[in-house]
Design a binder for this molecule. Structure first.
Ligand code: HEM
Ligand SMILES: *[C@@H]1O[C@H](CO)[C@@H](O)[C@H](O)[C@H]1NC(C)=O
Length: 217
């Protein structure tokens, strides 16, 4: 009997995914990107989706601009998600993180930044305006405008080339749902993907009109 092999196997089984930084190859890259057009909001978004138990993200940006520009972001998450996050530079560290969670029948959106793989701190370099948010028996959702998500210290989004984004979710509810500076626990699922933003571009007038009409709705 190879005791060492047995012990190693048991350790690997127990410790599957513990501690060490994830390598790129183990990140889920099976995202589907598509163009999603909403009759309701009268514009089209770049949509990123995986499976029904993960959040869907939708992004729209004003055409004809380069960073910094404002970004429309929708997060639609199943109620099993305690929080869902989007990383604008494609990893956990040193890029704006948009983190959202349900708060009663609304959603709290929190601006975060992390310099390590620990609870990200709040980040004043990005600000959010919530256009709508809601929660029902199956999903919670928020649509926000982010100022500060397209350019940050050390990076920016390209409107012509490929960008790498990442997302994360936890199945544990956050500690203080009403507070944007709430603590929360580590993700249960992560993904990373690369895409250009061509499907996210909408005319500047449509972009601004959508923000205006949502704000007065
Ligand atoms: C309490 C909060 C958090 C803790 C303790 C934490 C911790 C970690 C750890 C230990 C890893 C290494 C791989 C692993 O063990 O799974 C990791 C990776 C990652 N985390 Fe977090 N995380 C937190 C929140 C977040 C948030 C809010 C986001 C995004 C909005 C995020 C995005 C990522 C991504 C994309 C990776 C993989 C790529 C990379 O390592 O940079 N994390 N995190
Ligand atoms: C619940 O909310 C989600 C996200 O907004 C929506 O897609 C879905 O149609 C809603 N379901 C019901 C039953 O209203």
């Amino acid at each position: 009997m190879h005791l060492l092999a047995l012990a190693t196997t048991i350790f690997l089984l127990i410790c599957n995914g513990c501690a060490s930084p994830i390598s790129d190859s183990s990140l889920d890259k099976r995202q589907t990107t598509s163009k999603y057009c909403s009759a309701e909001s009268n514009l089209c978004y770049l949509q990123i989706s995986t499976t029904a138990s993960n959040p869907v993200f939708r992004i729209a940006i004003p055409d004809g601009t380069s960073a910094p520009f404002e970004i429309l972001l929708q997060i639609i998450a199943p109620v099993s998600n305690g929080w869902a996050g989007f990383a604008w530079g494609g990893g956990m560290i040193a890029n704006p993180l948009t983190v959202a969670w349900p708060n009663g029948n609304k959603v709290t959106v929190s601006s975060r930044w992390s310099s390590g793989r620990t609870l990200p701190g709040t980040y004043s370099g990005a600000t959010y305006k919530t256009l709508s948010s809601s929660k029902n028996s199956t999903h919670w959702m928020a649509e926000v405008v982010c100022t500060g998500c397209s350019k940050w210290s050390g990076g920016q989004l390209s409107t012509t080339g490929i960008n790498t984004f990442a997302w994360a979710l936890s199945r544990t509810a956050v500690q203080q749902p009403a507070s944007a500076s709430s603590s929360f626990s580590i993700h249960n699922n992560l993904g990373q993907f690369s895409t250009d933003l061509s499907s996210a571009k909408v005319s500047q007038s449509v972009f601004q009109q959508h923000i205006k009409s949502a704000a007065t709705a």
